[in-house]
Ligand binder design. Structure first.
Ligand SMILES: [Zn+2]
Length: 287
């Protein structure tokens, strides 16, 4: 039952839902850095929320949540692609006494970027942080933006399991029925959200309602970094600056913040990059 996402649709009232549960995908994501438990927990909320929201959008592209803050966390990025792969990272104040208070601090914002892919226009929404809470911030954003009214339920066991539920009104949703369903969903406990399957959760909450549960989609941790993306970054940096870094350290090393993969280039690589725009050995693979 781990790393699964199910969409479901109520037969009446124009209301839909999404259930998801992450285990190894979440474990792998938080194992990329020595995150304290409290940061693991925020990353758990973020990867569930971004995978829930990504599923509400018909898109071949990506959904990225970027949280810029001034508290114990100063930056968090979470990205979900249409194929169910997700990646994310957080920068936190390592010297600080970490607690639930001042996690995001006084100033900050959440930027949600939807990139539909296929060259279509990107959509970006920006919202202030609310109550030092990602859930409160997202619900506030979803209510105030002109999107469809949406409720989220999130749970996690830091570093191990993360799960969530989303209910969303479709156009012309029945408001009384919406009230009824959200009251039922509010009775879910953290344990139930983490431990029950999609079928069990929906039976537990909505056994008297008529709904259709769709086939599971697999979610996984996967990073989209590549040699060529690092090469493009080095090209953007320019030869002079790249040579300075190389002179200092004898090799040029870039570490991906999402998956910890190290990309290491030497003088020969850099020469090839600035001459041809790509790595020499890649030539052999492209024919
Ligand atoms: Zn990576």
């Amino acid at each position: 039952m781990s790393n699964l996402r199910h969409r479901f649709l109520f037969s009446e009232g124009n209301i839909r839902g999404i259930w998801l549960n992450l285990e190894s995908a979440y474990e792998e994501l938080v194992s990329q850095s020595r995150y304290p438990k409290i940061i693991q927990s925020v990353l758990g909320e973020a990867c569930v929320a971004s995978s829930l929201l990504a599923a509400t959008i018909k898109s071949q592209g990506s959904l990225t949540m970027q949280l810029q803050a001034s508290g114990n966390i100063n930056l968090m990025v979470m990205q979900t692609l249409a194929d169910g792969s997700l990646r994310g990272m957080a920068n936190w104040n390592e010297g600080a006494e970490l607690s639930n208070h001042r996690l995001f601090g006084e100033e900050g914002k959440l930027v949600i970027t939807l990139d539909p892919g296929e060259g279509k226009k990107r959509y970006q929404g920006i919202t202030e942080l609310v109550d030092d809470s990602l859930l409160a911030t997202l619900e506030n954003y979803l209510t105030r933006s002109e999107q469809l009214p949406t409720r989220l339920w999130l749970a996690n066991t830091p570093g191990k399991k993360a799960a969530g539920l989303l209910l969303q009104q479709l156009p012309d949703a029945d408001q009384e029925y919406w009230q009824h369903l959200t009251i039922l969903a509010d009775t879910i406990s953290t344990e139930e959200l983490l431990d029950l399957t999609a079928e069990q959760t929906l039976t537990r909450l909505f056994h008297q309602e008529s709904l259709e549960l769709f086939a599971a989609e697999k979610l996984r941790f996967n990073c989209s970094c590549s040699n060529q993306k690092v090469v493009d970054m080095i090209l953007a940096m320019g030869q002079a600056e790249a040579e300075v870094v190389l002179a200092e350290k004898s090799k040029f090393e870039v570490k991906c913040e999402f998956c910890s993969r190290a990309y290491i280039f030497d003088q020969v690589d850099l020469e090839s990059i600035f001459k041809t725009g790509k790595l020499a050995e890649l030539d052999d693979n492209i024919h």
